[in-house]
Design a protein around this ligand. Structure first.
Ligand SMILES: NC(=O)c1ccc[n+]([C@@H]2O[C@H](COP(=O)([O-])OP(=O)(O)OC[C@H]3O[C@@H](n4cnc5c(N)ncnc54)[C@H](O)[C@@H]3O)[C@@H](O)[C@H]2O)c1
Length: 348
């Protein structure tokens, strides 16, 4: 069992990493507790549960409204405690429900995907989709407690494991060369070393979210790989998953840095690590074969970080870590971006 305490504007909250911790939590739930869970766990969780189907199309305000109504029907009150069990979709919906229910109730989050365990479980962010706009409506409402139980990793598909590991690699790389060297040692022992790897990853992320809770400076660096990654997801009509997109996006950012003559051995090590992670993703070449460059370009240009005249990308910094770089929003820059994609995925 290991613990971290996160300081946020909404107060401090504890993160506990404990193998088998979920079974222990369920065994001693207080009377006034309501569970909101991914319906993947229907056979494993009993009691007062509101089930959520973890589908992106249901990550909406109306699904949040359903949760609020069902919690009330089930007898939840202002003093009740919510326990959310699932990946990022459940987290996003549960954050909304906990924040809105009678102006806010206490809640605990139990992440069940590696992305949730290594990354999204701390930081307090939540977003819901509105029509075709992903993550348009959002807020901050951190849980009172996070319980990370690595036993949930056992049933995850290989691709989701690779995706979670890609986020973990990105976070530790951004934190600096020591954190990333530790991460590679932890990775060599994975999955046996999952609890240790998760502890080190969350401790690295903790630094970013405490120094810049609201994404104004340092925390933006955690977007490393995402400008390219999101565009690759969109350009393949989501045949490339988010996790694979992040690993590929990091590789594209490194390729662009290389072209600028600024890539050093730290960037090379991260690149080689991402290649190993991508080997875990089935049929990747086939899926990349569907890449539509026009759709990719539109998505790349639509990134929230950009300004009117500049593309803002996160690139590996000389000496390790990452930095935000503003590139002129010109056709020449866009050609360099396309060349970085070709260097990474071929001429798809
Ligand atoms: N709030 C945040 O800070 C934050 C951060 C990153 C991503 N997100 C959001 O999270 C979502 C993606 O979340 P995700 O990748 O964690 O997963 P998810 O919630 O989308 O779930 C993916 C699939 O895995 C299944 N699943 C969950 N746990 C499992 C387990 N232990 N074994 C087997 N299958 C399991 C689910 O039923 C679902 O089919 C996106 O909507 C994204 O926008 C939120």
């Amino acid at each position: 069992v290991s613990e971290l305490t996160i300081t946020s504007s909404a107060g401090r909250y504890d993160v506990e990493i404990a193998e088998g911790g979920f079974a222990a939590l369920v065994a001693e739930l207080p009377e006034d507790t309501f569970i909101v869970a991914d319906d993947f766990f229907r056979d494993r969780i009993e009691g007062r549960v509101v089930w959520i189907s973890a589908e992106e199309r249901l990550k909406t305000v109306s699904e949040g409204e359903r949760l609020l109504g069902e919690l009330r029907e089930a007898g939840a009150r202002r003093s009740s405690h919510l326990v959310a069990v699932g990946g990022g979709i459940v987290q996003d919906l549960a954050t909304f429900a906990a924040q809105q229910f009678m102006r806010g109730i206490r809640w605990t989050y139990v992440p069940t995907t590696l992305l949730g365990m290594a990354d999204s479980c701390i930081g307090g962010k939540s977003s819901l989709n509105v029509g075709r706009f992903k993550n348009l409506a959002g807020s901050y409402f951190p849980p009172e407690r996070v319980l990370v139980d690595p036993e949930f990793i056992a049933t995850l598909p290989a691709e989701d494991v690779a995706g979670g590991l890609a986020e973990a690699a990105k976070i530790t790389f951004c934190r600096g060369p020591e954190a990333f060297a530790q991460h590679r040692r932890d990775y060599d022992g994975f999955p046996d070393s999952a609890a240790v790897l998760l502890h080190h990853t969350l401790a690295a992320k903790q630094w970013f979210i405490e120094i810049d809770e609201f994404d104004r400076a340092e925390r933006r660096l955690l977007n490393f790989g995402h400008t390219f990654g999101h565009a690759l997801e969109a350009g393949t009509t989501f045949a490339v998953s988010h996790g694979a997109g992040v690993a590929l996006g990091v590789r594209c950012a490194i390729a662009l840095t290389r072209e600028r003559g600024e890539a050093d051995e730290h960037a090379d090590e991260l690149d080689a690590h991402c290649v190993r992670l991508l080997d875990r993703v089935p049929d990747l070449a086939q899926r990349l074969g569907t890449l539509d460059r026009a759709v990719f370009e539109r998505a790349f240009k639509g990134d929230k970080k950009h300004t009117q005249d500049e593309f803002h990308v996160i690139l590996p910094a000389p000496g390790g870590g990452a930095r935000e770089v503003a590139l002129p929003a010109t056709d020449d820059t866009m050609l360099a971006v396309h060349r970085a994609v070709s260097a990474t995925v071929g001429d798809a």
